[in-house]
Write a protein that binds this ligand. Structure first.
Ligand code: E4P
Length: 217
């Protein structure tokens, strides 16, 4: 399962990219707005920083302008992936973009039925939002499992991108469910590396090593 950062903040991206485990970045209009800069400049920096898929989201509500916007976004760099929303215009624009060879990410997916539609238009990936489902008392992980199963049963080529992940166990369970990609905010990414027994173990190893050094003549 590939690991993506869900952020538009270049400092967060640079830090995690140094670990050597970052395969891509997902952005959305809310994340770009937090950076208070020109969106094109924000995207360009990210596209140049990470050698992997970078999702840039369309904001035009109608199919025609959304298609044109998608073409423009796809032209920004070879690693750009264009996000279209799971709406009727999003399907129409997404299908045209996919037919042109643009890799599309169908976003704001909350049900297996929507995921079938995304696969049928030739989406490169489909993004079920787990955390937002959990927020309204639904079973986000159950929806993800169903989508992974039905894509396998049907032999759909689209990647399942588990999104709106809120904690490390979401990431682990998404991997067990068979998601191809997990995208998560910076704080969830940094929690993946942490375990209290690692800290305690390292502290003891280093204390013992310092004792050896102190014993040396
Ligand atoms: C994915 O592409 C979305 O940007 C994201 O995962 C949304 O997550 P949120 O529910 O934490 O905003």
């Amino acid at each position: 399962m590939r690991l993506f950062l869900d952020t538009a903040n270049i400092d967060e991206i640079r830090e995690i990219n140094r670990w050597g485990v970052l395969s891509g970045v997902t952005t959305n209009p809310s994340l770009v707005a937090k950076e208070h800069g020109d969106p094109e400049a924000v995207w360009k920096e990210i596209l140049a920083e990470v050698d992997g898929d970078i999702s840039l989201e369309t904001t035009e509500p109608d199919a025609g302008p959304m298609y044109e916007e998608g073409q423009r976004l796809a032209g920004m760099a070879p690693n750009a992936v264009v996000k279209v929303p799971m709406t009727a215009p999003g399907l129409e624009a997404g299908r045209r973009l996919a037919a042109d060879g643009v890799r599309i990410n169908v976003t704001l997916v909350f049900s297996p039925a929507q995921a079938i539609l995304a696969a049928e238009i030739g989406a490169y990936c489909v993004s079920p939002f787990l955390g937002r489902l959990d927020d309204v008392g639904a079973d986000g992980m159950g929806v993800l499992r169903d989508i992974c199963e039905l894509y396998a049963v049907q032999g759909y080529a689209s990647n399942v991108l588990a999104a709106s992940l809120r904690h490390p166990m979401h990431v682990v369970e998404a991997a067990l469910a068979g998601a191809h990609v997990a995208t998560m905010p910076y704080d969830v990414f940094t929690k993946l590396v942490k375990h209290p027994l690692t800290d305690v173990g390292l502290e003891k190893f280093l204390a013992d090593w310092r004792a050896i050094e102190a014993d040396q003549p």
